[in-house]
Design a protein around this ligand. Sequence first.
Ligand SMILES: Nc1ncnc2c1ncn2[C@@H]1O[C@H](COP(=O)(O)OP(=O)(O)OP(=O)(O)O)[C@@H](O)[C@H]1O
Ligand SMILES: [Mg+2]
Length: 238
Amino acid sequence: MSRQEDDDHLANRLALRSVAAYVAHEINHPLGTIANLASLLSRRINAPIIRPSELASEINSIKLETRRAAEVVKNLRVLAGGLHGHRELVDVPALLREAVSRLRRRYGKDAVITRIECHHFPLRVQAVPDLLHIALYNLLINGVEAVKSVSTDRPRLILRARETADHWVVIDVIDNGPGVAEPIKRQVFEPFVSDKAGGSGLGLAICRDVIEWHRGVLSYVDLVGRGGACFRIKLPED
Ligand SMILES: Nc1ncnc2c1ncn2[C@@H]1O[C@H](COP(=O)(O)OP(=O)(O)OP(=O)(O)O)[C@@H](O)[C@H]1O
Ligand SMILES: [Mg+2]
């Protein structure tokens, strides 16, 4: 094998690894929720009184999560650079509501207080909606994991969306957890950087790829003196 062939082979292997890591990471979200819902269903089925409406809601959630798993695979080639991806006009508040509903299906609706704040209407971006959802959902999961890692009286997540005078749409995901730990602040978007037991450190790296793919910017904003974390998505206005 020539030097060039060696290099190409290595590049392909690295690309394959990152694609495999993306799928493994993202498919785990719907799989985890489906497993939870399935055990909830089997408990309900054995209960003395069965409420069809409750069963129907859980079955519907399983269907929605299955669709999300299929989207991960479908969007794989977009992120990996092989496809352009179908951009469309995405309504930002609707995108936020959908991500919050999904979070509630996963953790239960009372686990964390979640508030959406958006005073600009309409607020839209040109994007691949399923990809933006993936980025947002990773930020929300990190937020929930952060607030659950400390004993906060009122664990809280705020999703704040607005447009700026210079034509950006900004979405802040703010939590009242401990904030990003000082030693990893600088590398927090790098792959495999994690301080969680069992964390792969891929969530934020995938978010950054998704946002940059949309010609946007993902950053961490220090909430000086106020604790908590704020991750900021900036996307060009439609
Ligand atoms: N909202 C947050 N508050 C505090 N720290 C955070 C927050 N979000 C991310 N971090 C820090 O950034 C690290 C990297 O996050 P990332 O989502 O990439 O990986 P992870 O959550 O550790 O693992 P995975 O997403 O693969 O389950 C986390 O381990 C955590 O230390
Ligand atoms: Mg994460």
